[in-house]
Design a protein around this ligand. Sequence first.
Ligand code: FUC
Length: 803
Amino acid sequence: MRRRRLLGLVGVFVTAITTLTATNYSAVAAPGRDMVLWYDEPAPDTPEGWESRSLPIGNGAMGATVFGGVTDEHLQFNEKTLWTGGPGVPDYMFGNWPAPRPGALDGIRQRIATEGQIPPEDVLAALGLPSDTPRYRRFGAYQSFGDVRLSIPDPGAVTDYRRELDIAHGVARVTYEAGGVHYTREYFATAPDGVVVMRLSADRRGRIDVGARITVPANRTSTATAHRGRISVVGALASNGLRYETQLQVTSDGGRRVDNTDGTVGVTGADSVTLVLGAGTDYAADYPTYRGADPHERVTTLVTSASRKSFRHLRDTHVSDHSRLFDRVRLDLGGQLPDIPTDDLLAGYGKGSVTADRALEELFFAYGRYLLIASSRPGSLPANLQGVWNQLEAPPWQADYHLNINLEMNYWLAETTNLGETADPFFAFVDGLREPGRVTAKQMFGVQQGWVAHHATNIYGWTGAWDHPAYFFPESGAWLSDQLYDHYRFTLDKRFLAQRAYPVMKETAQFWLEFLQVDPRDGRLVVTPSRSPEIGPSTAGASMSQELMWALFTDVREAAGVLGDTAFAATADSILARLDPGLRVGSWGQLQEWKADLDSPTETHRHVSHLFALHPGRQISPRTTPALADAAKVSLEARTDEGTGWSKAWKINFWARLLDGDRALKLLGDQLTTSTLPNLWDTHPPFQIDGNFGATAGVAEMLLQSQLGTIDVLPALPSAWAAGRVDGLRARGDVTVGITWRNSAPTEIRLAAGHAGDLTVRTGIAGKVRVYQHGKVVPHKVSGDTITFRAKDGASYRVVPVA
Ligand code: FUC
């Protein structure tokens, strides 16, 4: 391993010299090219090694991380539903109060009306729920399911060790040579078969010896057994009695397999060994019990049926399922991956090799998509703060669902990077918050119709607010609803709108119909109490609250129009006419964060929530509201380019929406150099996956925007990305977009229309263009810097400059 590492470093040096002079560039993308993270050593088997160096695989419901030790292989694994807290904890109340608090909300509102602003602590003292002792006893936390440990006899001196994650195929591998034998291990988590699969093999017969066991954390009962190569560990969490089961089937090709009484299985002298891992609990996403069938039958069926299939069959099915999603988008910025480990590639970013930098940017963009495919598939829960991965009993922020940026950010890339179906668990989860959220809306606010959730939630319908000042965020439902509606805007799927999105949106709007108050200062409708997430005082009409209301009622008005709910469209209209839209330019030229001009030019807080209107909102744009866009820029400059991982990722999106590609790329570079771990996981710190997802979304925003209804091509192209090609991005209006560009301008725009209708495109092409369908010219109209033409359902078009 040492030898390889030294060679790797020499490699960096040589590549740096050669690439400095390599200015030639070919914009033709090779499929799946260079989509591999690799390392020349195992991840240290420590919590720090897990976080920064283990390699993640996942099938949405299950996740695992590969350490790759030669004699001690370790797969830490998870299944999304294994959570402490919730029903089963005797005094669990979904975050609601144990007893009514008459007048609590009115008292707070009156104080805000007379004092203008009050400490957020006072709001939460009146409306929040006292914290648990021990912490999060009732709320609970996402749990590590356990660890698969493989003991392998020491093969002697090892050379050519390589541990890799092939993100194009969704397969991790460990390979090495020892004693003249070449060893290969492969690992993947397959969605079609619902299990994690591992195989150990060698290029000589009879060389695989392995002892397999599963260990689980101490916060649960557990019984481990081994029978006919099947290890089972069964028990229940001490916290809430949630039943869990995991099974590992060990199958050997040749050799001898032994079941041990301590619940382990040993194999000696095999040609290869395949291990199939399944896991589940008796959780069900059903309020109020959140319990379903015992997991035994389901886990047994999954592991048994997968074990009956050949390894090759399992792998081929998985690879085609994974590639079907992954291959939809390709980005080529002219990167060339030097033959160095990914940790060295990351460490060398920005230090000389332009083509290596471009290759890392391409890889990091694709990695966000890989992580979403691995951590969010239909039929399970949405990606949490760590996706589907977690090694601890007490993970950071419970590895929960934070609703004041983090869960939303997890899904920003889903539509734009053509992974719409991965958002299905997110939509189902939001839908599932309505039932508990109705109870909370009544109790806390006396609202009779509608639902509410606050700043964080768990998998057990927690919709109340803790008594911590950050936790009052009843606007979360409006933000979540906006993303449901955006799925409709991208797909034009009316069934989805009618059945999934609109019921959530409408019920959210109903809550706000009752909650909004007339501001005595100017007679406009405002949210009160209202706070900019995690910063400043509690007031009436903080900018983000109002922007979210504008988004909600604008979305509802549009959706009601599409679905023919004319009465509610009129209601939304009348609210919008009276609503304070939350957009003001303050004394130092900034976009105000509050209705009163309270902003400090030296405030550098990581949340920049008042810019919601710019991104992901559509209320501010340099194209439509240049003065407000300038003010947003002033605010953003004041906040600086610093921040946690997700904060930098959001700033990539902001600068992209401000049409400043160079600044967006600068932020992406900052994120890579200061907020990215060697395994390319985003770090807050600690590891938090939103930054990965947000950065990928940001790159998509740099290349294509459509929030204003126009397909805006290369709106924020950095000068360093002067030539390139992207395929498969999605624009609102059910359009799939490909772009080839050179000298910072498109040479071809490819548009595949899913629906018939007019397409308006800001091509970014100077001079005249021609639109073709199958080689035939399609007429178009020019208006300023956009063109419009009529697209047919299912037809593909090319827009090119007229030579
Ligand atoms: C929000 C953020 C923190 C962190 C946490 C999980 O509260 O302010 O930075 O991301 O969520």
